[in-house]
Design a protein around this ligand. Structure first.
Ligand SMILES: [Fe+2]
Ligand SMILES: [Fe+2]
Length: 154
């Protein structure tokens, strides 16, 4: 485990969160990162398939979703680095592309993301990590409900 307290700013990180909790926070951020690294290629493959199939509405929606998932990944990565972690390189997850069934599959996946971030927010977290996870949760809820993207504020 990385020694996070040495590199982090005690003023920023001191909000009642000890070393042990920070290890838990890093674990949950890393797990979120792995999940996001699965979501991006899922939408990227579908967007390419929709492009090929001449379905511009699907292309637009899938690219919006892809952009959000990439943004989630970068927010999590940035937070891990702020906490002194060196997040590992992750290979994009491969899988089949089912353009005609994409909405049902995406909705189920997004429901999984909502459940993950809700669970993560039930843990003990520092304020800044909590804020990031709340924003991502809000975005994942919109994904699940609308299957569209651009729901990240920053
Ligand atoms: Fe996401
Ligand atoms: Fe999502």
């Amino acid at each position: 485990m990385p020694n996070v307290l040495e590199e982090s700013n005690p003023k920023e990180e001191g909000c009642g969160v000890g070393n042990e909790e920070i290890e838990g926070i890093i674990e949950v951020l890393r797990e979120g990162r792995r999940r996001e690294k699965g979501q991006s290629p899922f939408y990227r493959r579908l967007a390419a398939a929709a492009e090929e199939a001449g379905r511009p509405d699907d292309v637009e929606r899938l690219n919006e979703l892809l952009a959000d998932e990439q943004h989630h990944l970068s927010r999590l990565t940035a937070r891990l680095m702020e906490l002194g972690d060196r997040p590992p390189d992750l290979k994009p997850v491969k899988g089949p592309t089912n353009l005609d069934g994409w909405e049902a599959e995406a909705r189920a996946r997004e429901a999984g993301e909502v459940a993950f971030y809700k669970g993560a927010l039930a843990r003990q977290l520092d304020g800044q990590t909590r804020q990031i996870l709340q924003e991502i949760l809000h975005s994942e809820r919109q994904h699940r409900e609308q299957l569209r993207g651009k729901w990240m504020s920053a």
